[in-house]
Design a protein around this ligand. Sequence first.
Ligand code: NAP
Length: 307
Amino acid sequence: MSEVSTVEKQTMNTYGWATRDSSRILSPFHFKRRHEIVGEVTKVGHNVTKFKIGDKAGVGLSIPNSLPLHGVAPLLCAGITVYSPMMYYGLCKPGQHLGVVGLGGLGHLAVKFAKVLGTKVTVISTSSSKQKEALERLGVDSFLVSHDQEQLLAAVDTMDGIIDTVSGPHPILPLIDFLKTNGKFIVVSVPIEAPEIPYIPLIMGRKLLGGSGAGGMKETQEMVDFAAKHNIIADVEVISMDYVNTAMERLANGAREERPARWRTERRRRGEAKYARSSGAGEVRSDAGDVSMGGEAAAPAPAILLK
Ligand SMILES: NC(=O)c1ccc[n+]([C@@H]2O[C@H](COP(=O)([O-])OP(=O)(O)OC[C@H]3O[C@@H](n4cnc5c(N)ncnc54)[C@H](OP(=O)(O)O)[C@@H]3O)[C@@H](O)[C@H]2O)c1
Protein backbone atom coordinates (compact mmCIF):
# COMPACT_ATOMS: atom_id res chain seq x y z
CA MET A 1 0.00 0.00 0.00
CA SER A 2 1.14 3.56 -0.56
CA GLU A 3 2.67 5.81 2.12
CA VAL A 4 -0.45 8.01 2.02
CA SER A 5 -2.66 5.11 2.98
CA THR A 6 -0.47 4.34 5.99
CA VAL A 7 -0.63 7.95 7.12
CA GLU A 8 -4.40 8.02 6.66
CA LYS A 9 -4.73 4.87 8.72
CA GLN A 10 -2.65 6.35 11.52
CA THR A 11 -4.75 9.49 11.51
CA MET A 12 -7.92 7.42 11.81
CA ASN A 13 -6.46 5.63 14.82
CA THR A 14 -5.67 8.77 16.77
CA TYR A 15 -8.51 8.75 19.20
CA GLY A 16 -9.61 11.16 21.88
CA TRP A 17 -12.57 13.10 23.19
CA ALA A 18 -13.47 16.60 22.05
CA THR A 19 -16.12 19.29 22.20
CA ARG A 20 -17.57 20.27 18.86
CA ASP A 21 -19.81 23.15 19.80
CA SER A 22 -20.32 25.70 22.55
CA SER A 23 -22.14 23.17 24.79
CA ARG A 24 -18.79 21.96 26.21
CA ILE A 25 -20.05 18.36 26.04
CA LEU A 26 -17.23 16.02 25.06
CA SER A 27 -17.66 12.90 22.96
CA PRO A 28 -15.34 10.42 21.17
CA PHE A 29 -13.53 11.90 18.22
CA HIS A 30 -10.81 10.79 15.80
CA PHE A 31 -8.15 13.47 15.80
CA LYS A 32 -5.55 14.32 13.28
CA ARG A 33 -2.21 14.09 15.07
CA ARG A 34 -1.94 16.23 18.18
CA HIS A 35 1.10 17.43 20.02
CA GLU A 36 0.45 16.41 23.62
CA ILE A 37 0.42 12.67 23.05
CA VAL A 38 2.59 10.58 25.33
CA GLY A 39 2.77 6.85 25.83
CA GLU A 40 4.92 3.80 25.89
CA VAL A 41 6.49 2.44 22.72
CA THR A 42 4.92 -0.91 21.82
CA LYS A 43 6.27 -1.38 18.28
CA VAL A 44 9.11 0.16 16.26
CA GLY A 45 9.65 0.33 12.53
CA HIS A 46 12.91 -0.86 10.98
CA ASN A 47 14.28 2.69 10.52
CA VAL A 48 13.77 3.69 14.14
CA THR A 49 17.00 4.22 16.03
CA LYS A 50 15.99 6.54 18.87
CA PHE A 51 13.36 4.35 20.52
CA LYS A 52 12.98 0.80 21.67
CA ILE A 53 9.99 -1.12 22.93
CA GLY A 54 9.15 -0.10 26.51
CA ASP A 55 10.53 3.45 26.21
CA LYS A 56 8.36 6.38 27.18
CA ALA A 57 7.83 8.71 24.24
CA GLY A 58 6.08 11.88 23.14
CA VAL A 59 5.62 12.96 19.52
CA GLY A 60 9.12 12.21 18.20
CA LEU A 61 10.55 12.92 21.66
CA SER A 62 12.12 10.77 24.24
CA ILE A 63 10.52 11.04 27.68
CA PRO A 64 12.87 10.25 30.56
CA ASN A 65 11.68 7.31 32.63
CA SER A 66 11.58 9.36 35.83
CA LEU A 67 8.70 11.52 34.53
CA PRO A 68 5.18 10.14 35.04
CA LEU A 69 3.27 10.24 31.74
CA HIS A 70 0.22 12.04 33.18
CA GLY A 71 2.37 14.89 34.48
CA VAL A 72 4.54 15.19 31.41
CA ALA A 73 1.82 15.31 28.71
CA PRO A 74 0.92 18.98 29.38
CA LEU A 75 4.61 19.90 29.29
CA LEU A 76 4.55 19.20 25.56
CA CYS A 77 2.28 22.22 25.07
CA ALA A 78 1.96 24.37 28.19
CA GLY A 79 5.50 23.60 29.36
CA ILE A 80 7.32 24.43 26.15
CA THR A 81 5.11 27.48 25.58
CA VAL A 82 6.48 29.14 28.72
CA TYR A 83 9.97 27.59 28.74
CA SER A 84 10.80 28.72 25.20
CA PRO A 85 10.29 32.49 25.74
CA MET A 86 12.15 32.36 29.04
CA MET A 87 15.16 31.03 27.16
CA TYR A 88 14.79 33.06 23.97
CA TYR A 89 14.15 36.41 25.62
CA GLY A 90 16.70 35.80 28.38
CA LEU A 91 14.18 35.83 31.23
CA CYS A 92 15.75 32.98 33.10
CA LYS A 93 18.74 34.41 34.86
CA PRO A 94 19.14 34.05 38.61
CA GLY A 95 18.19 37.26 40.37
CA GLN A 96 15.91 38.54 37.63
CA HIS A 97 12.32 39.37 38.52
CA LEU A 98 9.67 37.69 36.36
CA GLY A 99 5.94 38.45 36.44
CA VAL A 100 3.58 35.65 35.46
CA VAL A 101 0.09 36.85 34.57
CA GLY A 102 -2.61 34.21 35.15
CA LEU A 103 -2.02 31.15 37.30
CA GLY A 104 -3.54 28.52 35.04
CA GLY A 105 -2.11 25.67 32.99
CA LEU A 106 0.65 27.73 31.41
CA GLY A 107 1.12 30.03 34.39
CA HIS A 108 1.82 27.39 37.02
CA LEU A 109 4.44 25.79 34.77
CA ALA A 110 6.07 29.17 34.14
CA VAL A 111 6.34 29.52 37.92
CA LYS A 112 7.89 26.06 38.30
CA PHE A 113 10.52 26.64 35.60
CA ALA A 114 11.33 30.15 36.80
CA LYS A 115 11.79 29.11 40.42
CA VAL A 116 14.19 26.33 39.46
CA LEU A 117 16.12 28.82 37.32
CA GLY A 118 16.61 31.08 40.33
CA THR A 119 14.29 33.85 39.16
CA LYS A 120 12.22 35.92 41.56
CA VAL A 121 8.59 35.32 40.61
CA THR A 122 5.51 37.46 41.09
CA VAL A 123 2.14 36.08 40.05
CA ILE A 124 -0.47 38.59 38.90
CA SER A 125 -3.86 36.92 39.26
CA THR A 126 -7.56 37.69 39.25
CA SER A 127 -8.14 34.95 41.85
CA SER A 128 -7.24 35.72 45.44
CA SER A 129 -8.20 32.09 46.21
CA LYS A 130 -4.99 30.96 44.52
CA GLN A 131 -2.73 33.05 46.73
CA LYS A 132 -2.08 30.52 49.50
CA GLU A 133 -1.18 27.73 47.11
CA ALA A 134 0.99 30.02 44.99
CA LEU A 135 3.00 31.22 47.95
CA GLU A 136 3.14 28.06 50.01
CA ARG A 137 3.27 25.23 47.48
CA LEU A 138 4.60 26.79 44.30
CA GLY A 139 6.96 29.05 46.23
CA VAL A 140 6.26 32.30 44.38
CA ASP A 141 7.89 35.34 45.93
CA SER A 142 4.84 37.55 45.74
CA PHE A 143 1.25 37.38 44.59
CA LEU A 144 -0.66 40.38 43.27
CA VAL A 145 -4.42 40.37 43.01
CA SER A 146 -5.14 42.32 39.85
CA HIS A 147 -7.96 44.41 41.34
CA ASP A 148 -5.95 45.56 44.36
CA GLN A 149 -4.75 49.02 43.28
CA GLU A 150 -2.40 49.43 46.21
CA GLN A 151 -0.58 46.17 45.43
CA LEU A 152 -0.40 47.09 41.77
CA LEU A 153 1.10 50.52 42.43
CA ALA A 154 3.79 49.01 44.63
CA ALA A 155 4.84 46.72 41.77
CA VAL A 156 5.40 49.49 39.21
CA ASP A 157 8.89 49.50 37.70
CA THR A 158 10.05 46.32 39.47
CA MET A 159 10.09 43.51 36.89
CA ASP A 160 12.61 42.49 34.22
CA GLY A 161 10.08 40.51 32.29
CA ILE A 162 6.46 39.41 32.21
CA ILE A 163 4.88 36.35 30.63
CA ASP A 164 1.18 36.94 29.97
CA THR A 165 -0.91 33.73 29.84
CA VAL A 166 -4.39 35.26 30.16
CA SER A 167 -6.77 34.42 27.34
CA GLY A 168 -9.62 36.62 28.56
CA PRO A 169 -9.84 40.34 27.81
CA HIS A 170 -7.55 42.37 30.05
CA PRO A 171 -5.71 45.68 29.80
CA ILE A 172 -1.96 45.39 29.26
CA LEU A 173 -1.01 48.97 30.16
CA PRO A 174 -0.88 48.32 33.94
CA LEU A 175 1.21 45.24 33.26
CA ILE A 176 3.69 47.10 31.09
CA ASP A 177 4.03 49.63 33.92
CA PHE A 178 5.38 46.82 36.15
CA LEU A 179 8.42 46.57 33.87
CA LYS A 180 11.69 48.31 34.56
CA THR A 181 13.35 50.21 31.71
CA ASN A 182 14.30 47.70 28.98
CA GLY A 183 11.81 45.20 30.40
CA LYS A 184 10.20 42.57 28.17
CA PHE A 185 6.48 41.84 27.97
CA ILE A 186 5.89 38.48 26.33
CA VAL A 187 2.46 37.27 25.29
CA VAL A 188 1.85 33.56 24.93
CA SER A 189 -1.93 33.58 25.38
CA VAL A 190 -4.30 33.96 22.49
CA PRO A 191 -6.74 36.63 23.66
CA ILE A 192 -10.28 36.50 22.40
CA GLU A 193 -10.09 40.27 21.97
CA ALA A 194 -6.77 41.82 20.98
CA PRO A 195 -5.78 44.47 23.54
CA GLU A 196 -4.75 47.97 22.50
CA ILE A 197 -1.00 48.42 22.34
CA PRO A 198 0.20 51.19 24.67
CA TYR A 199 2.88 52.72 22.45
CA ILE A 200 4.04 55.56 24.71
CA PRO A 201 5.04 53.42 27.75
CA LEU A 202 6.85 51.06 25.40
CA ILE A 203 8.73 53.92 23.76
CA MET A 204 9.53 55.80 26.94
CA GLY A 205 10.86 52.77 28.79
CA ARG A 206 12.56 51.20 25.74
CA LYS A 207 10.41 48.18 26.56
CA LEU A 208 9.92 45.20 24.32
CA LEU A 209 6.60 43.60 23.41
CA GLY A 210 7.10 40.07 22.09
CA GLY A 211 5.32 36.81 21.61
CA SER A 212 6.05 33.12 21.52
CA GLY A 213 4.24 30.01 20.36
CA ALA A 214 5.07 26.51 21.65
CA GLY A 215 8.53 25.43 20.43
CA GLY A 216 10.40 23.14 18.06
CA MET A 217 11.35 19.53 18.59
CA LYS A 218 14.92 20.25 19.75
CA GLU A 219 13.91 22.83 22.32
CA THR A 220 10.99 20.70 23.51
CA GLN A 221 13.37 17.80 24.14
CA GLU A 222 15.66 20.21 26.02
CA MET A 223 12.69 21.35 28.12
CA VAL A 224 11.61 17.76 28.88
CA ASP A 225 15.16 16.83 29.91
CA PHE A 226 15.36 19.96 32.06
CA ALA A 227 12.01 19.07 33.65
CA ALA A 228 13.26 15.55 34.38
CA LYS A 229 16.46 16.89 35.94
CA HIS A 230 14.51 19.21 38.23
CA ASN A 231 11.50 16.98 38.77
CA ILE A 232 9.03 19.39 37.14
CA ILE A 233 5.67 18.05 36.06
CA ALA A 234 2.28 19.67 35.56
CA ASP A 235 -0.19 19.55 38.44
CA VAL A 236 -2.91 17.31 37.11
CA GLU A 237 -5.84 15.30 38.29
CA VAL A 238 -6.27 12.03 36.41
CA ILE A 239 -9.90 11.14 35.84
CA SER A 240 -11.67 8.33 34.04
CA MET A 241 -12.98 9.23 30.60
CA ASP A 242 -16.60 8.62 31.61
CA TYR A 243 -16.20 11.41 34.20
CA VAL A 244 -14.98 13.91 31.63
CA ASN A 245 -18.21 15.87 31.18
CA THR A 246 -18.58 16.24 34.95
CA ALA A 247 -15.02 17.54 34.89
CA MET A 248 -16.02 20.12 32.30
CA GLU A 249 -18.79 21.31 34.61
CA ARG A 250 -16.32 21.51 37.47
CA LEU A 251 -14.04 23.63 35.34
CA ALA A 252 -16.85 25.99 34.41
CA ASN A 253 -17.90 26.28 38.05
CA GLY A 254 -14.33 26.28 39.29
CA ALA A 255 -14.64 29.32 41.49
CA ARG A 256 -17.21 27.55 43.66
CA GLU A 257 -14.97 24.54 44.32
CA GLU A 258 -13.00 24.16 47.48
CA ARG A 259 -9.82 23.51 45.45
CA PRO A 260 -10.72 24.86 42.04
CA ALA A 261 -9.14 23.53 38.88
CA ARG A 262 -7.03 26.26 37.34
CA TRP A 263 -8.67 25.91 34.03
CA ARG A 264 -11.53 28.13 33.11
CA THR A 265 -13.58 27.18 30.11
CA GLU A 266 -16.01 30.06 29.86
CA ARG A 267 -13.68 32.21 27.80
CA ARG A 268 -12.03 29.62 25.62
CA ARG A 269 -12.11 30.49 21.97
CA ARG A 270 -12.92 27.11 20.51
CA GLY A 271 -14.48 25.47 23.55
CA GLU A 272 -11.79 22.80 23.51
CA ALA A 273 -10.69 21.00 26.66
CA LYS A 274 -7.15 20.26 25.73
CA TYR A 275 -6.09 18.36 28.81
CA ALA A 276 -9.38 16.66 29.47
CA ARG A 277 -8.65 13.94 27.01
CA SER A 278 -6.78 10.72 26.51
CA SER A 279 -3.09 10.84 27.22
CA GLY A 280 -2.32 7.28 26.29
CA ALA A 281 -3.80 6.38 22.95
CA GLY A 282 -2.56 7.33 19.57
CA GLU A 283 0.05 6.73 16.96
CA VAL A 284 2.80 9.14 16.09
CA ARG A 285 5.35 9.45 13.42
CA SER A 286 8.83 10.83 13.93
CA ASP A 287 11.68 11.68 11.60
CA ALA A 288 13.17 8.32 12.43
CA GLY A 289 10.16 6.37 11.19
CA ASP A 290 6.95 5.07 12.72
CA VAL A 291 6.51 4.55 16.42
CA SER A 292 3.35 3.05 17.87
CA MET A 293 2.39 3.90 21.40
CA GLY A 294 0.24 1.97 23.83
CA GLY A 295 -3.42 2.63 24.48
CA GLU A 296 -6.41 0.90 22.98
CA ALA A 297 -7.74 2.92 20.08
CA ALA A 298 -11.36 2.67 21.08
CA ALA A 299 -11.12 2.06 24.83
CA PRO A 300 -11.70 4.90 27.25
CA ALA A 301 -8.24 5.97 28.43
CA PRO A 302 -7.66 8.17 31.46
CA ALA A 303 -8.04 11.88 30.94
CA ILE A 304 -5.97 14.59 32.51
CA LEU A 305 -7.35 17.68 34.15
CA LEU A 306 -4.96 20.45 35.09
CA LYS A 307 -5.45 21.23 38.74
N1 NAP B 1 1.41 30.40 22.45
C1 NAP B 1 1.12 29.10 22.42
O1 NAP B 1 1.74 28.30 21.71
C2 NAP B 1 0.06 28.57 23.32
C3 NAP B 1 0.08 27.24 23.75
C4 NAP B 1 -0.89 26.82 24.64
C5 NAP B 1 -1.88 27.70 25.07
N2 NAP B 1 -1.88 28.98 24.59
C6 NAP B 1 -2.87 29.94 25.04
O2 NAP B 1 -2.49 30.38 26.34
C7 NAP B 1 -3.65 30.80 27.05
C8 NAP B 1 -3.66 30.21 28.44
O3 NAP B 1 -3.77 28.81 28.37
P1 NAP B 1 -3.92 27.98 29.71
O4 NAP B 1 -3.93 26.57 29.31
O5 NAP B 1 -2.91 28.40 30.71
O6 NAP B 1 -5.36 28.49 30.18
P2 NAP B 1 -5.97 28.47 31.64
O7 NAP B 1 -5.52 27.24 32.37
O8 NAP B 1 -7.41 28.73 31.46
O9 NAP B 1 -5.28 29.69 32.41
C9 NAP B 1 -5.49 31.02 32.06
C10 NAP B 1 -5.49 31.81 33.35
O10 NAP B 1 -5.72 33.17 33.00
C11 NAP B 1 -6.38 33.83 34.08
N3 NAP B 1 -7.55 34.58 33.64
C12 NAP B 1 -7.83 35.84 34.01
N4 NAP B 1 -8.93 36.29 33.44
C13 NAP B 1 -9.38 35.28 32.66
C14 NAP B 1 -10.51 35.15 31.83
N5 NAP B 1 -11.38 36.14 31.65
N6 NAP B 1 -10.67 33.98 31.20
C15 NAP B 1 -9.79 32.98 31.33
N7 NAP B 1 -8.69 33.07 32.11
C16 NAP B 1 -8.50 34.21 32.78
C17 NAP B 1 -6.76 32.75 35.08
O11 NAP B 1 -5.75 32.82 36.09
P3 NAP B 1 -6.00 33.69 37.40
O12 NAP B 1 -7.17 33.03 38.06
O13 NAP B 1 -4.73 33.50 38.12
O14 NAP B 1 -6.26 35.10 36.99
C18 NAP B 1 -6.63 31.47 34.31
O15 NAP B 1 -6.31 30.39 35.18
C19 NAP B 1 -4.83 30.41 26.17
O16 NAP B 1 -5.20 31.56 25.43
C20 NAP B 1 -4.25 29.37 25.24
O17 NAP B 1 -4.96 29.30 24.02
C21 NAP B 1 -0.94 29.43 23.76
